[in-house]
Design a protein around this ligand. Structure first.
Ligand SMILES: [Mg+2]
Length: 285
């Protein structure tokens, strides 16, 4: 290789190696804490394969529950004679049965964060999609006479849009029973869900709890990181059996636990608290 060719080759290597386009470009995208999680949930085959697998597992567990009258997902909330009650599933909506990644992606592309007003607009646009595998599973459960209760922290103002959206997607809606239990719909129904779970268990044998957040299973979700892990240990036989957890790397009580649930902290402080919560390996020099 002559000198000129060598120079040209070196320049080509430099061009490939240097991140020159962003270094010199004022429009380089800003770092965004939501980007990878949203890309994974909206675009990846991997996420869809996980939820499809979880609904397959749920179908197996539901069949087991139908065959075993003593089976219940909430033994602490069932009353005497529960074995002979009609059967129900309690499922969360957002990021369990419903896929809000259009909304999450818009937070990333606009570089903004959650706003309850925009969220209500999103909900009332009735364009939320179903999680991969959700509709087939719910139709199967419905065909077996199982009532599906949607226990959601969507609010009363969002109930009409949510109901229309669920109907459009083909979710079973419970006939003359109100199966869409929104936050604050009744006294005592705050964001913690155990009151609503107990409300369903009064009249039904609850076969499964399904959610993407510890709060869909227990009010312990609002506790410290240590309390949450102690609860996990105590309930280890439930997971994958009567309780089915869906992945959500975008948001949830796992995130707020890292900064003590204190949303009044600045975004920078919350990010620092999350970094401080990591247990890093220190490489030897
Ligand atoms: Mg959820």
């Amino acid at each position: 290789m002559n000198y000129k060719a060598l120079l040209a080759a070196s320049a080509a290597v430099l061009t490939l190696a240097a991140p020159q386009s962003f270094a010199q470009d004022a429009k380089a995208p800003a770092p965004n804490d939501l980007l990878n999680a949203t890309l994974w949930m909206q675009n990846s085959v991997e996420y869809k394969a996980v939820t499809m697998g979880l609904f397959q597992l749920a179908k197996i567990r539901l069949d087991e529950a139908l065959a075993d009258k003593k089976w219940t997902a909430v033994p602490d909330k069932e009353s005497a004679g529960y074995e002979d009650k009609p059967i129900a599933i309690i499922a969360d909506l957002d990021e369990t049965l419903l896929d809000n990644n259009g909304y999450q992606a818009s937070l990333v592309t606009r570089g903004t964060s959650f706003s309850s007003k925009e969220w209500t607009d999103w909900v009332n646009a009735e364009d939320t999609k179903a999680t991969a595998g959700a509709v087939d599973f719910l139709k199967y459960a419905d065909s077996k006479g199982v009532k599906i209760f949607y226990v959601t922290n969507r609010t009363k103002d969002e109930e009409k849009g949510t109901r229309a959206n669920l109907e459009k997607l083909g979710f079973p809606m419970g006939g003359n029973v109100d199966t869409l239990l929104t936050k604050n719909e009744q006294d005592g129904w705050g964001s913690a869900k155990e009151n609503r779970i107990a409300y369903v268990a009064k009249d039904y044998r609850v076969a499964l709890l399904m959610g993407d957040n510890l709060g869909d299973f227990s009010d312990v979700a609002k506790g410290t990181v240590e309390e949450r892990h102690a609860f996990l240990d105590k309930t280890k036989d439930n997971w994958g059996k009567t309780w089915i957890m869906f992945p959500n790397p975008e948001y949830g009580s796992w995130e707020s636990a890292a900064f003590g649930g204190d949303w009044s902290k600045s975004e920078e402080q919350r990010r620092q608290d999350k970094i401080d919560a990591l247990k890093p390996w220190t490489p030897t020099k």
